[in-house]
Design a protein around this ligand. Structure first.
Ligand SMILES: [Zn+2]
Length: 416
């Protein structure tokens, strides 16, 4: 497969871009070459696609299901009882719907955390999305359950690790309040042995920190350190309630952080210390979290919230400038994860979006990145490409109607 994009705007200049198989192979003016697909770029710009480092894809099933309540009520009384009813097909349908939404909003890579690893992997693979799929681990401090989960974790990892070269499997202990210290230690060893990431929710609420201190005598960051998880293979979501020492430690250990502003604001979890994290050199990115706490997987909306929330919190309009926020949604997460994506250059994997510069939200094009962060919505995206494969052309994602119908079938059967 080859794609030739003619006369596209890249870094404020018009050029042609040639993609062969899954990579950019030529970027220069007037490329005269045959291609399987030729795209007119004359009213468009090319940009790296979004990398969403924290979501729970199948939770599209719970969009609008449990809004306007505190995190722990939300989880205990609504989410977990609903999830107990889910069958494999529902998890698969939910993940596919999330893929459609991601593709339509320019996301080609996500770090997911959910149950039903096989179903999620199948959905991502069919839809052509790049992913780190988190196999969720809960033991609720029950030794028997912990032993069952370890066996399940190993089996899920072995069965899914080589299904698709764009998809890696990572253990995902839910949080320090749902997974025992002994299991966290086991997962740290698993990660070292298999060289996998580990994904966990960290210091999302003050209650999580307080309960951790009451149970263990230390805060969550210190607990993760003492079990051997605090290193460059750790991907944490939220990291809202951190003190200066913890921020410095995360930077020093190379821990990757996914900042989820919509979720933090909606669940009133607290304010992410954007400026402190950036100044300390923490590797943090922007992410959406699941659809039950966001309520979409649109990275463009997330960028705007990240920027505005940080400015408001610090009472400083210079904090979280558009270029920094955009990089934290595209190139930086790719770099943190060692992916050869998030950049439009020869040799890089062809993961990108084409945006319509004739859309009102993009006019005038005084500052493209500023328009993308503050003005535009996903409807400005005409094309989404991952690994050289066109996932959306002229705003159309193949199979969208069937995927929506399948999700509705799931909802009917779930009685929701
Ligand atoms: Zn989450």
């Amino acid at each position: 497969m080859s794609i030739l994009i003619k006369n596209i705007l890249l870094n404020n200049e018009r050029t042609d871009v040639y993609i062969e198989k899954n990579s950019f192979t030529q970027i220069e003016k007037n490329i005269e070459k045959e291609a399987d697909t030729v795209i007119d770029g004359s009213h468009r710009a090319i940009l790296p696609s979004f990398h969403n480092l924290h979501t729970h894809s199948s939770m599209t099933l719970m969009r609008g299901y449990a809004d306007d309540m505190a995190l722990h009520t939300w989880l205990n009384d609504y989410i977990w009882p609903f999830e107990a009813k889910l069958k494999d097909v529902d998890i698969y349908n939910g993940a596919r719907l999330a893929c459609v939404e991601m593709i339509k909003s320019g996301t080609t890579m996500c770090a997911d955390m959910y149950v039903g690893t096989e179903q999620v992997v199948k959905a991502f693979s069919e839809m052509g999305i790049r992913a780190f799929v988190g196999a969720t681990f809960f033991d609720f401090f029950d030794e028997k359950k912990a032993e069952e989960m370890k066996k399940k974790m190993e089996a899920e990892y072995e069965a899914n690790k080589e299904v698709d070269e764009k998809i890696a499997i990572m253990p995902a202990p839910h949080a320090v309040y749902t997974v025992s210290e002994e299991s966290l230690r086991w997962l740290a060893e698993f990660s070292e042995k298999n060289n996998t990431l580990v994904n966990i929710h960290l210091s999302e609420t003050q209650k999580e920190n307080d309960d951790c201190v009451a149970k263990y005598g230390v805060r969550p960051v210190e607990l993760l350190d003492r079990v051997g998880l605090l290193n460059e293979r750790l991907l944490v979501a939220h990291a809202v309630h951190l003190n200066d020492d913890e921020i410095a430690l995360l930077a020093e250990r190379g821990v990757i952080v996914a900042h989820c502003p919509a979720s933090n604001m909606k669940l009133a979890s607290g304010g992410f210390r954007y400026d402190a994290m950036a100044k300390a050199g923490v590797k943090f990115s922007i992410a959406t979290d699941g659809v039950c706490s966001d309520n979409n997987v649109d990275m463009m909306g997330e960028m705007k919230l990240a920027a505005l929330r940080a400015k408001e919190m610090y009472a400083d309009a210079t904090v979280a400038p558009a270029a920094d926020v955009f990089a934290r949604a595209t190139s930086l997460p790719a770099e943190y994860l060692g992916l050869n994506t998030g950049k439009i250059e020869v040799g890089a994997k062809a993961d990108f979006i084409l945006v319509n510069l004739d859309d009102v939200a993009m006019v005038p094009n005084t500052n493209l990145i500023s328009n993308m962060v503050y003005s535009a919505t996903p409807k400005v995206i005409d094309y989404t490409v991952c690994d050289g494969k066109i996932l959306m052309a002229e705003g159309v994602v193949e199979g969208e109607k069937e995927i929506i119908a399948a999700l509705r079938d799931s909802m009917q059967r779930l009685g929701a």
